[in-house]
Write a protein that binds this ligand. Structure first.
Ligand code: AVI
Length: 314
């Protein structure tokens, strides 16, 4: 099977410089995930305060029979992004009638590693990696009539990292590239007590702070910038009006940063907005997907902190 790499368009330098020229400086959150950033994110998912990972896993676990019914037999399961392999394993383990598993990820190294392990563990499932930035247009492998239906798997509430209008257009792109009867199993973090939300992004061990600042280290290394990491502080809070956690890096003094041939001035207290993590009510999420998908099933934990939802194409 041929592996595909999507054209990522704009360069990292273009995007970084463009974001820092804005009056509210910003950086694209996709740049968190270099090797060190992915490792720090793994650590975040194991933190006491970061409830989504554990709760999603237990929702999947507790409802696996109903989930398997929705997915049906002989499905092609397409996972978007480098999901936690333990969630993937949970599905591969229980869905013994799966025809194929198609992990889509931009990191070739990561994909090759999981694929070679999974092929040994699940010899009956055909595993077909697709190297692509799944947020841009990518092609799914054409597997003829070897499967019954395509099911996208998008765990972790990563949909919450898109602005709502971007989430809508992303979902409609997914609808465009899949079969008419495709489904989607998606994890969605729900609105809840502000304190709980904020502590998930302000852990006591400071791992989220390291994850946030790692973006600046990456920009220094890859773009030759001269950010002084210690002169920026991590800040994360729930913006109630927008319904999202915002992460920022706040300049601790007036300073200048050089990137390529451009100088960026930071006032004391001025921030770079590095991430949004939207939290939805069930109704808000149903509305968000409604251009392209219908919500068929919703599974939640007993506190309604998190949901796993099965969507079908409209
Ligand atoms: C990947 N994504 C769903 C995480 C989130 O919760 O928005 C990224 C993250 N940022 C800080 N902590 C975790």
């Amino acid at each position: 099977m041929e592996n595909q790499v999507a054209d990522t368009g704009q360069t990292m330098l273009d995007e970084v410089v463009e974001g820092l020229r804005k009056s509210q400086k910003q950086l694209p959150s996709k740049y968190f995930y270099d090797e060190r950033g992915s490792e720090l994110f793994e650590q975040i998912t194991r933190l006491e305060e970061y409830y989504p990972t554990e709760i999603e896993r237990s929702i999947l676990n507790q409802n696996i029979d109903a989930i398997a019914d929705s997915i049906g037999s002989k499905a092609m399961l397409v996972e978007l992004g480098s999901g936690s392999s333990s969630k993937t394993r949970l599905l591969l383990e229980k869905l013994d009638s799966l025809a194929s598993y198609v992990p889509v990820d931009i990191s070739e190294e990561y994909l090759l590693k999981i694929v070679s392990n999974l092929r040994i563990e699940y010899p009956r499932i055909s595993i077909i990696p697709v190297f692509a930035d799944y947020t841009s247009h990518f092609k799914l492998p054409s597997l003829g009539d070897s499967y019954s239906q395509q099911v996208l798997f998008y765990p972790g509430s990563t949909i919450g990292n898109f602005l709502p209008e971007k989430a809508r257009s992303f979902l409609s792109t997914l609808a465009d590239i899949t079969d008419p009867d495709a489904g989607m199993l998606i994890g969605v973090d729900l609105k809840k007590d502000k304190q709980l939300l904020e502590s998930a992004y302000n852990d006591e061990d400071g791992i989220t702070a390291k994850f946030n600042k790692n973006m600046l280290k990456r920009i220094n290394r890859e773009l030759g910038a001269d950010f002084e990491i210690n002169l920026f502080a991590h800040k994360a809070y729930f913006n109630e009006q927008e319904g999202r956690i915002e992460m920022h890096l706040v300049s601790q003094k007036k300073q200048e940063v050089q990137i390529a041939d451009e100088t960026f001035v930071f006032n004391k207290g001025e921030s770079i907005h590095t991430e949004n993590s939207y939290k939805y009510t069930l109704d808000e999420f149903e509305d968000l997907v409604s251009d392209s998908f219908s919500v068929e099933q919703v599974w939640t934990d007993e506190d309604d902190y998190f949901s796993v939802q099965y969507l079908s194409k409209k």
